[in-house]
Ligand binder design. Structure first.
Ligand SMILES: Nc1ncnc2c1ncn2[C@@H]1O[C@H](COP(=O)(O)OP(=O)(O)OP(=O)(O)O)[C@@H](O)[C@H]1O
Ligand SMILES: [Mg+2]
Length: 405
């Protein structure tokens, strides 16, 4: 062969090999994918030393061997490459030795990623393997996802949003989550070639099972309250017991919320919480928790999500978060319990009729339209939202006053 041109990526680097054996020239470059810098590692141009060419060829062969087992992980957000450098590197090393391991639990494609010692350190959920997607490896197992308002490509941003909302103070204990792209041949695709997947990447949390494996009565009140507060803020549409991990500690146990891909919905009609009928939901907030809720600033949270995730969390979803968080704040200020508040948000089980929150929303919409018609003004979008929310919040106050304690 006279000329070989190969461009092979591995890890955060790419190798470019170009050897002309006939004319005894060649070059090997290593590119960094992080900052696009390139290093010439073996220039052979212009000299005909067969040994140098041999070395070039060896490196080329090694590169090709690498390409048989390539692995690549890149965070989608460039800043995450710096923030989570050590974590990503550990995964990268692990992917050289171990295929992603498909998790048996859950209804979507969820893979455990291991470090080079074989220890599980991360959980990767490719967006094209969630819900009703044809690539979902559990598609034939019968538990198809019918949560239609959130599409599978919208799920990683929601996993990340839950983490970002928790990042400042760690009140909920959502594991570190970022969006990443992984290229590997070990996904359940049926393909022998490496394929690239985008999805959410979360730190693996050591645990003793999920809430599903234990009786809810034994969970500490404060732990249940923190999960419930998160769920109301993000209007979680998927809080079943399997999505609460449990870790026994010296002093009791910690509940760890996972699986937030189906939160921040476009509509208010499919929110339901496993903890709604747990006894802890009927216990009043303690003073610390009340203070935490009082200090929540939903406008600041929404701005942060918009800055970090842009339109991946669309305006209607951000508005719904404002509504649910305001209901939480108003409810807590009026000594309602989580049960009282969540009962306004959730439809009664197996019921087709709208929840109280949906009804309030509908009433506000009707009133908003008549106010708008009467004023004959054209409002800017943000002015419209403000007016609508003002109307809705007055209706909330009226309804809360009826059950106030
Ligand atoms: N951060 C984590 N640390 C440890 N284990 C995890 C983590 N995230 C997920 N798991 C495990 O992987 C399983 C599947 O993950 P997850 O619940 O996110 O998937 P899913 O397919 O979206 O589930 P669902 O059926 O609830 O929609 C969990 O039940 C849990 O056992
Ligand atoms: Mg789950």
């Amino acid at each position: 062969m006279d000329l070989q041109v190969r461009f092979v990526t591995f890890g955060r680097f790419a190798i470019y090999v170009n050897i002309d054996f006939k004319n005894a020239v060649g070059e090997i470059m290593i590119y960094s994918r992080l900052d696009d810098s390139a290093v010439l590692v073996a220039p052979t141009k212009g000299h005909a030393d067969p040994k140098a060419l041999c070395e070039c060829d060896d490196l080329a062969k090694a590169t090709v061997e690498q390409s048989c087992e390539p692995s690549l992980i890149t965070p989608v957000n460039k800043a995450d490459a710096v923030t989570f450098r050590a974590f990503l590197q550990e995964i990268e090393e692990g992917l050289q030795h171990f295929d992603p391991l498909l998790c048996e639990e859950g209804t979507g494609g969820v893979y455990f990623l291991r470090n080079k010692e074989g220890k599980q350190i991360a959980v990767f959920k490719p967006q094209d393997e969630q819900g009703n997607s044809p690539n979902n490896p559990k598609r034939d197992e019968g538990s198809l996802d019918l949560r239609h308002t959130i599409t599978t490509t919208e799920t990683p941003a929601r996993e990340i949003a839950a983490y970002l909302l928790d990042k400042q103070d760690g009140f909920f204990g959502v594991p570190v989550t970022l969006k990443a792209q992984i290229t590997h041949k070990g996904f359940r695709s049926g393909s022998a070639l490496p394929i690239t997947k985008i999805g959410s990447l979360q730190k693996f949390v050591e645990n003793d099972g999920s809430a599903f494996d234990f009786g809810a009565n034994m969970f500490p009140v404060k732990q249940v309250h923190k999960i419930a507060i998160l769920d109301i803020r993000i209007l979680n549409n998927d809080r079943h017991e399997g999505n609460i991990l449990l870790k026994k500690t010296k002093n009791g146990m910690t509940l760890i919320p996972i699986d937030h891909g189906y939160s921040l919905p476009h509509t208010l009609d499919s929110t339901w919480f496993a903890w709604l009928h747990w006894p802890q939901a009927k216990v009043a907030f303690d003073e610390d928790t009340k203070l935490y809720i009082e200090n929540l600033d939903v406008n600041r949270d929404v701005e942060m999500l918009e800055k970090e995730l842009g339109d991946e969390i669309s305006e209607d979803c951000r508005k719904n978060m404002k509504i649910s968080t305001t209901l939480l704040k108003k409810g807590a200020a009026n000594n309602l319990t989580l049960y009282d508040i969540a009962s306004m948000i959730c439809r009664s089980e197996d019921s087709e009729s709208p929840s109280q929150l949906e009804q309030m929303h509908q009433e506000a919409q009707t009133e908003f339209e008549s106010v708008l018609a009467a004023s004959q003004q054209n409002l800017l979008p943000h002015e419209s939202e403000l007016l609508f929310l003002d109307i809705l919040y007055s209706i909330m106050d009226r309804e809360i006053a009826k059950i106030k304690k």
